[in-house]
Design a protein around this ligand. Structure first.
Ligand code: NAP
Length: 234
């Protein structure tokens, strides 16, 4: 049995990745705050009738480290292992110094401390297995600080740094760590963008990137993958 944890699985990129991983035979632990959203995604996957695929849904806020620990413990209890973590849950907020300190804290809690809690909870299981894959979904805004997006950029730059350190620590142990840095992806989060949907990446591009990384030989290590939107580069 192959097992994946997907955070932020109630919609957008996470929902698409969950559906694709089920097609690939992964049993899934799906998490996000919305129980209704998770139930809908799980229902759709079950309707596709993938042989042997089991699904656990666990509504929780990623910024609540105790709940994250419980989710991971429940996953290991049910499935016995974790092969893949898709550390995807996140929020966006515009503003650099225009936002309050509380808002800045919230962005860091969800986008950086949340993924940190997941990594802390999942890595011991992967270490004991001697294998596993971690995909951190950061952003192009984790490589380039755009005007008006300082808090989001701070959280995603943090994720890129956290990912790179873990990449160096865990790769020699047989655990792959890759941080994806996509530009705009056509989901709810991108509704604030002025770019038309057909010029954005789509969630399938992220699923395909994850499949590509997992298809490489054990000798290959991919630290980061930046995926830009062709039309925005001119
Ligand atoms: P989305 O459609 O807004 O989905 C965000 C997901 O994260 C939802 O499942 C949401 O579920 C979950 N989430 C948000 N806050 C949460 C919290 N406090 N605790 C637990 N789950 C939470 O956005 P998306 O585009 O799929 O984004 C997924 C990831 O890709 C994010 O990390 C985002 O920063 C990154 N990204 C997105 C884009 C883009 O243009 N869309 C570009 C680059 C990177 P609930 O609301 O049910 O909790």
């Amino acid at each position: 049995m192959k097992v994946a944890i997907v955070t932020g699985a109630s919609r957008g990129i996470g929902a698409c990745v969950a559906q694709g991983l089920a097609e690939d035979g992964f049993s899934l632990a799906l998490t996000a705050r919305s129980k209704e959203g998770l139930d809908q995604v799980a229902k759709k996957i079950k309707e596709s009738n993938h042989k042997g695929v089991q699904i656990l849904t666990f509504p929780c806020d990623v910024s609540d480290s105790k709940a994250v620990n419980q989710m991971v413990e429940t996953t290991v209890k049910k499935f016995g292992r974790i092969d893949l973590l898709v550390n995807n849950a996140g929020m966006s907020k515009t503003g650099t110094l225009a936002i309050s300190t509380d808002e800045f804290d919230e962005v860091l809690s969800v986008n950086l401390k949340g993924p940190f809690a997941l990594l802390k909870a999942v890595v011991p299981t992967m270490k004991s297995q001697g294998d596993g894959t971690i995909i951190n979904i950061a952003s192009r805004a984790g490589k380039i600080g755009f005007a008006g997006w300082g808090a989001y950029a701070a959280s995603k730059f943090g994720m890129v740094g956290l990912g790179e350190s873990l990449y160096r620590e865990l790769s020699p142990m047989g655990i792959r760590v890759t941080t994806l840095c996509p530009s705009w992806v056509d989901t709810d989060m991108a509704k604030v963008s002025t770019f038309p949907a057909n010029q954005m990446l789509n969630p399938e591009d992220i699923l395909k990137s994850i499949r590509y990384i997992m298809s490489l030989s054990p000798a290959a290590a991919v630290k980061e993958l930046m995926i830009e939107c062709r039309a925005h580069l001119a």
